[in-house]
Design a protein around this ligand. Sequence first.
Ligand SMILES: NC(=O)c1ccc[n+]([C@@H]2O[C@H](COP(=O)([O-])OP(=O)(O)OC[C@H]3O[C@@H](n4cnc5c(N)ncnc54)[C@H](O)[C@@H]3O)[C@@H](O)[C@H]2O)c1
Ligand SMILES: [Zn+2]
Length: 387
Amino acid sequence: MPEWLSTSIHAGAARIRYTRSLTRIPVRTSSRSYEVVVERGLLRSASALLQGLVPSHAKTFLVSSEPILKLWGIPLTESFSAGGRHVALLEMPDGETSKKLRTVERLAEKMVKLGADRRSVVVALGGGVVGDVAGFLASSFMRGIPVVQIPTTLVAQVDSAIGGKTGVNLVSGKNLMGAFHQPLAVLADPDVLSTLPDREFRSGLFESMKYGVIRNRQIFDLLETHRDALLRRDPELLAQLIVECVKVKADVVSADERENGERKILNFGHTVGHALESATNYKHFLHGEAVGWGMIAAAVIGESIGVTESDTAQRIIAIVLAYGSLPTVDVGTRRILKLLQSDKKTMGGVPHFVLATGIGKVEVVNTVPESAVVKSVDEIKRLSKAR
Ligand SMILES: NC(=O)c1ccc[n+]([C@@H]2O[C@H](COP(=O)([O-])OP(=O)(O)OC[C@H]3O[C@@H](n4cnc5c(N)ncnc54)[C@H](O)[C@@H]3O)[C@@H](O)[C@H]2O)c1
Ligand SMILES: [Zn+2]
């Protein structure tokens, strides 16, 4: 792989189709205001979209991993070279295990060797792993240079690329080192999702459901009504879903950049979800799958303490199961309780639960009795074995 790229990467790039319907969704935070641009086929016009944001003479460092570059590297680098931009490739290994400080250090050393300076720009092409690593690299390289996020998984397009959370894992735990570093722009091309493995795609659909429950019942209705078409990745519906989810994330982050208040609602399904991931050493569930079970657990908890009406709880449970197949839940209930108490988002040993008060409305509750949590974990175990 050549280090300085202007025209070519690997053979075998995926084909992009065109339609012109570009949506720009603003994110306004105190540290930066920027746009999330959603458009089918935008990978090919990425360079033009950055006009005015990134000077064409700025050294641009493209961070990505081999499988993503093989599929989508060519259209992006062609767009950069057509726009007269010189792009240096920073390849990192694929997968969660590469989300660590050592990777950031290696990429930074390489940037220095390639002549990076304070006016350089990082472009992240990939899923949440690449986005989190590249974002953290940019947040700390020479005390901070800009990053453009080009998310290529559904999780990244609706969630991780937006909002400025960046970071890496420590051996002691996930996402324990990091920084808030808002991107210059987020460019989301729904067509790149055509090559995502099925499990990864569904994982993103569970995160999308979350937005329906917390803020926007139209998202929930869309998922209920168009299950088959969405699972087939109908391009127009998918683009619509992404736009609606991004709007929710952008709104919530704009209201609360640092998760002091409202941003907590984004953790719907994540309290039990994180505990499931941690109990299985992040090997058994994809993040969205754990969130799927976590949303069911939140529905059961909400119903059992009288916050969530039965109809609402049943709709949440039904939609998660309709988009399964979810991996079996085979974890000790005690272990989950313990993990909930040590979660980094827990305050003083009291887990906070985001619970639905309707479809599109949630509240944060920190008085959930242990018995309700036990019931919910038993229920997800039962459901997972009944399938
Ligand atoms: N920063 C945040 O706010 C935030 C929010 C949610 C999740 N995250 C983080 O995101 C990470 C998970 O991200 P993810 O779910 O995107 O996983 P990922 O980045 O590991 O990507 C999953 C797999 O899909 C492949 N892939 C990516 N795009 C593809 C494409 N278009 N076609 C085919 N294959 C493709 C990747 O190579 C990888 O093997 C976790 O580390 C999580 O902590 C961060
Ligand atoms: Zn999540």
